[in-house]
Design a protein around this ligand. Structure first.
Ligand code: MOS
Length: 751
């Protein structure tokens, strides 16, 4: 893979500090010219191509594969099945921690979901491997598929998400419901959705002696390296995972998935480098999805519209062989004040691949149901939906009783409503029309996502020429990590962004944790910031302790790094360049490390969340029910914004996904076979540009001294929350028809 040369930021957008500037993404030119190397672009001498054969049944056993026919096809080098798959040091079904998902690595002849890999054909060309896979003509012993939320065997999981309690409550919900002036009880259903990153999961795997190099898109380089080390019985140091760019991940690339590891096994089997790229339809099974949910909301208010009880119950589905339970009810812990709140979850097991984190896991599914129910409750109270939300504003986190570390949601409501023109909304539905006679609806939703911190490490170096190097194995999945982290790195060293080299996207750099949970900028950014501060402190000591320096005697706290120089704080005219300090000390470079992790004290004392308010306009054809989202305004408070241009882009992506959640996306499962019937981008409706409304994303100033050193809360996932509910509520307001089965489709409006 070529050394990355990122273009420099345009000069006109830089002034003063790097953080907070709307720099254009530094990898933009590489991407638009096609020069950015993605995993499948990796070229290795002697490369073979591997293609998966996948199960067409949901449950049963593979009884026969025509391996001989596949092997006889010209160009086919080998066929990997449970018979000849190289031994692994670890059982793919082992689970020693909740982040370790069970994998299908040809361990036996069992089929436990449609599209499960059942063989791998390896050939000189992609075409030969594809043809060879088709010749396997599998035969099965088939058992009936279990599909859908009405599958028998409902149970209460102990935890949802990763380690969240499945049940929580405060106050007496039943008493609150019984004594209420107004009540709403409604059930909402959300379908299975698939991540559908533009770039399919792909891997190029290459063994050289006892070393393994893989090019594969990863949201968690060190975890991928660790999983490979465990499965192959290797020292992690002998495994290099490279992932400079991802063509989208959205959670599906947080953990290395089974098909990627099958690519490594194919390389091991053949003793040659192997490339394996998933076909689009093969992504509907072994690489995770958003689980379907059926959510029942029970709400009650007193005569003034103040909530007295809120119960959020979720029924979801997981696979038959592993645990991931979509934590959809958890959003009710945080969003609205009520003297009684209860959240609960149940699940069934179906013959699907194991569901997984998918952008705004829990909050995306939970938010569309809760925000719809809040809208229904406001209507029952005869109140404007914004007035109702302000009436029930949570000043402290209702369930935990903790204060928020910061919460500028009121300001989000104010700025968003004003910008949108919310005051022009009719209280009653089906009252507004445009010049063409289309029904116009306004709806809103509250957005929220936790401000999390995981763990990350970084290294900062100042070289003798006064320039800097910062290393952290961060992940750019399209969100702009190459740029935002370079901005943090440059500021941490007091250098211009062009005077530093930012190295990322490889597992041989300091472990930057995971690009997930909207926590990457917060976590790795803090580690980078600390590494930079540590190396500057080292530099300061070299200067302030040396009588030959103009900074002598100032002390570490008495100097400040700016523009490649240390200055005395009390007399900024007295300064010295980094280069001069290192030169006098006779050092080629100095380096220091930085680390960041969850701060249990802060997490124990405060509820930490980003917030937002989204306002949507839709237009609906009164005769045919055709729905268009025409305008979305979101106002978000997410702490410090490192790069407003990239953040706006992230928020737009989330808001578009909200439109998609409300109106488009649906993996349609045939309950007789358990198979997804629309496993392709033609029939699984992802928004195209023509579907995207006029968008505006406002970031509201928010200073948070508790979340982390930088005050960053993260924006990766919050955009989808609130937005989906806002669109759904706008459809109700346009038509007077409340659709509770998502996505909202025209047949449900005119039925
Ligand atoms: Mo996100 S679902 O943590 O990539």
């Amino acid at each position: 893979m070529p050394e990355l040369k990122l273009n420099q930021a345009p000069a006109h957008v830089r002034h003063g500090s790097n953080m907070g500037q709307p720099l254009t993404r530094r990898d933009g030119v590489l991407k638009v010219t096609g020069a950015a190397p993605y995993a499948a672009d990796s070229k290795v001498e002697g490369l073979l191509h591997a293609v998966l054969a996948v199960s067409t049944i949901a449950r049963g056993r593979v009884t026969h594969l025509d391996v001989a026919a596949a092997k006889a096809h010209p160009g086919v080098v080998d066929v990997m099945t449970p018979e000849n798959r190289p031994a692994l040091a670890e059982d793919p079904d082992a689970k020693t921690n909740p982040f370790m998902f069970r994998l299908d690595l040809l361990q036996n002849d069992r089929v436990r979901y449609p599209n499960q890999p059942i063989a791998v054909v390896i050939a000189d060309t992609l075409e030969a491997a594809t043809e060879g896979a088709a010749l396997l003509a599998p035969r099965y012993e088939t058992e009936p598929a279990r599909a859908g939320l009405d599958t028998e065997g409902r149970f209460s999981p102990n935890t949802v998400g990763v380690g969240n309690p499945a049940e929580a409550s405060h106050g007496d919900v039943e008493a609150g419901l019984a004594g209420a002036a107004k009540r709403v009880e409604a059930t909402y259903e959300t379908p299975a959705q698939y991540h559908n990153a533009m770039e399919p999961h792909a891997i190029v795997a290459h063994f050289e002696g006892d070393r393994l190099t893989v090019d594969t898109p990863s949201q968690g380089l060190a975890m991928a390296q660790g999983r490979l080390a465990g499965l192959f019985g290797m020292d992690p140091k002998n495994i290099l995972v490279r992932s400079p760019f991802l063509g989208g991940g959205f959670g599906s690339k947080g953990f290395i998935a089974g098909p990627q590891i099958l690519g490594v096994l194919a390389a091991k089997l053949t003793g040659r480098p192997v490339k394996l790229v998933l076909r689009r339809e093969h992504m509907y099974g072994p690489v995770g999805h958003r689980a379907p949910t059926r959510q029942t909301l029970r709400l009650a208010t007193d005569g003034d519209g103040a909530l007295q009880a809120l119960h959020h119950h979720t029924l979801t589905a997981s696979s038959t062989f592993d645990d991931f339970f979509e934590p959809a009810s958890d959003i009710a812990h945080t969003l609205y004040a009520s003297p009684a709140i209860r959240t609960s979850h149940e699940a069934v097991r179906v013959d699907s691949g194991t569901p997984l984190f998918m952008r705004a896991p829990g909050e995306a599914t939970g938010s569309i149901a809760l925000e719809s129910a809040i809208d229904e409750m406001a209507e029952a109270c005869g109140m404007d939906p914004l007035e109702f939300r302000l009436k029930n504003y949570a000043e402290i986190e209702p369930l935990s009783g903790k204060p928020f570390s910061s919460k500028a949601l009121r300001e989000c409501y104010r700025q968003g409503a004003e910008r949108f023109g919310w005051s022009k909304r009719s209280l009653a539905p089906r009252q507004m029309r445009d010049a063409d006679g289309l029904l116009v609806g306004y709806g809103m939703g509250t957005a929220t996502f936790p401000a999390l911190m995981f763990q990350a490490n970084a290294k900062a170096i100042i070289k003798r020429d006064g320039t800097g190097v910062v290393e952290s194995g961060t992940h750019d999945m399209g969100q702009g990590a190459w740029t935002a982290f370079a901005q943090v790195a440059a500021d941490s060293l007091g250098l211009d962004i062009e005077q530093i080299e930012y190295r990322a996207g490889r597992s041989d750099l300091p472990d930057a944790g995971i690009a997930g949970g909207s926590a990457h900028t917060a976590t790795a950014g803090t580690a980078i910031h600390r590494a930079g501060a540590a190396v500057i402190a080292k530099l300061a000591a070299l200067a302030t302790e040396n009588p030959d320096s103009p900074l002598y005697g100032a002390g570490n706290a008495g100097v400040i790094a700016r523009e490649g120089r240390l200055h005395r704080r009390d007399d900024e005219s007295r300064s010295e360049t980094f280069a001069a300090i290192l030169d006098r000390a006779g050092l080629d470079q100095i380096e220091e490390s930085g680390a960041a992790a969850t701060d249990p004290a802060a997490a124990g004392a405060y509820a930490m969340h980003a917030h937002g308010a989204v306002f949507a306009e839709v237009k609906v054809d009164p005769d045919f029910g055709q729905i268009r989202a025409t305008r979305l305004v979101g106002a978000f408070a997410a702490g410090r914004i490192i790069n407003p241009k990239l953040v706006r882009s992230q928020l737009f992506g989330g808001m578009i996904w909200g439109v998609s959640f409300a109106l488009h996306e649906h993996a349609a499962v045939d309950h007789r076979t358990g198979r997804v019937m629309n496993p392709n981008l033609g029939e699984y409706h992802i928004p195209v540009n023509a579907d995207v409304p006029a968008l505006e994303a406002i970031t509201v100033d928010e200073h948070d001294p508790h979340v982390n050193d930088l005050g960053v809360k993260g924006v990766g996932e919050i955009g989808i929350t609130g937005s989906a509910g806002a669109v759904a509520n706008a459809v109700w307001h346009a038509t007077g028809v409340r659709v509770r089965n998502f996505p909202i489709t025209l047949d449900q409006l005119i039925g």
